[in-house]
Design a protein around this ligand. Structure first.
Ligand SMILES: Cc1ncc(COP(=O)(O)O)c(C=O)c1O
Length: 379
């Protein structure tokens, strides 16, 4: 298909019509639900030998939108979404239009500087004054990188020699923590049975006494406790764990302390609710997911670590000079601290939205979310 300005503008007309339709706030518009067998009949899913015409292509796009859940509609109340964000949407489109990859400065000069700027800003807000971070493909993977960082810090030789001959590495997460921790224990070769689940109170907060008890239990078994995770906004109850006390225990036993802020982490932008994060600055890493409360389109997620060079140390020293070079701009290459090679520009949409609304706009948004949650609780 030949690209022309008129085709692009008719495509954006279709997008505009879709957005306007949603703005009518008709509840039925949030979902036009069909069962899998019904949907298979309504949409021509199979890719065939011959291609399709432009009008057929447009029909597929319309059908896709027609039967998809309209998560941006203000009437949509399923979990963890944050509504429609126009500057962020624009950033998403520009990311696809400019279609570059975050591995080197050479191929993504502006995006590299934007990501670095945001990472530094987020580290400062977190209290990691000398910290570092990288955008990742979601909160689950942010938690994975945190665990990987903790594991490699505890056993630096592990990255070349593997886990063979090491003691059992144990980790401690709340029974209310996100399921990704258990999955990640499997992915990292640590074993899901070596994840100790800490009891929580009626509000869903970790019981610190149980945390210490379980660490002792693990030590008695001659295991090596390497990772504790707290949560800023648990998935079920939105609970914030007692970070300060957890950090003290982590320090006492020399264990990496991570805070999973995938859901509630963005509330740190609210001055009124800052107390929820007491102790965060004592953590070693923080997962922050702007694709939830900051209403940036999926995926937009960062892992922040207190130790500046940890993310580089994690990875095998790279001498792949087909891509990375020892030049001035090469020193800015973000690919050297990411487990991905090709990586989307997820920072642009966040940067545009944050520039547009400002710290103030986002602080107001967070305050409003807490107000609404309190109102709902009262009801
Ligand atoms: C507390 C918490 N951690 C992690 C995640 C996973 O984040 P993601 O869906 O971006 O992988 C979620 C998602 O709901 C969550 O609520």
């Amino acid at each position: 298909m030949k690209t022309s300005a008129s085709k692009i503008s008719s495509f954006f007309q279709l997008v505009a019509n879709y957005v306007e339709e949603k703005d009518r706030l008709t509840p039925t518009l949030t979902v036009n639900y069909k069962s899998p067998s019904e949907l298979k009949k309504l949409i021509q899913l199979e890719v065939q030998e011959a291609g399709i015409s432009e009008s057929e292509l447009n029909k597929l796009i319309r059908d896709y939108l027609k039967y998809s859940v309209k998560t941006e509609n203000p009437q949509f109340f399923n979990q963890l979404y944050g509504g429609f964000n126009l500057p962020a949407f624009m950033g998403e489109v520009i990311t696809a239009l400019s279609n570059t990859s975050m591995y080197t400065y050479e191929v993504a000069p502006v995006a590299t500087l934007i990501e670095e700027e945001l990472i530094q800003k987020m580290c400062t807000i977190t209290g990691f004054s000398n910290g570092n971070g990288v955008f990742v493909t979601g909160g689950s993977n942010a938690n994975l990188v945190a665990m990987f960082s903790a594991r490699n810090k505890a056993f630096p030789k592990l990255k070349s020699e593997g886990i063979y001959g090491l003691p059992v590495l144990s980790m401690f997460v709340s029974e209310e923590a996100h399921y990704s921790f258990v999955n990640n224990a499997n992915i990292l070769g640590l074993g899901s049975n070596n994840v100790y689940k800490i009891k929580s109170d009626a509000q869903g907060k970790v019981l610190v006494s149980d945390l210490e008890k379980k660490i002792q239990l693990s030590l008695d078994k001659k295991e090596h406790p390497f990772f504790i995770a707290g949560t800023a906004g648990t998935t079920m109850l939105g609970a914030f764990d007692p970070f300060l006390e957890m950090a003290e225990i982590a320090k006492k036993y020399k264990i990496w302390f991570h805070i999973d802020g995938s859901f509630g982490g963005s509330l740190i932008l609210s001055k009124k609710n800052k107390a929820l994060f007491k102790g965060l600055e004592k953590a070693d890493s923080f997962a922050w997911n702007p694709h939830k409360l900051m209403n940036i389109p999926l995926v937009c997620s960062a892992i922040l670590v207190k130790e500046k060079n940890r993310l580089y140390h994690n990875l095998t020293d790279l001498h792949d000079d087909y891509i990375f070079h020892d030049t001035e701009s090469g020193s800015c290459d973000l690919g050297k601290k990411s487990i991905q090679c090709g990586r989307r520009v997820d920072a642009l949409k966040l940067w545009l939205a944050w520039k547009f609304y400002g710290n103030k706009g986002y602080a107001q948004r967070m305050d409003r979310l807490i107000e609404m949650a309190s109102y709902f609780e009262q009801l």
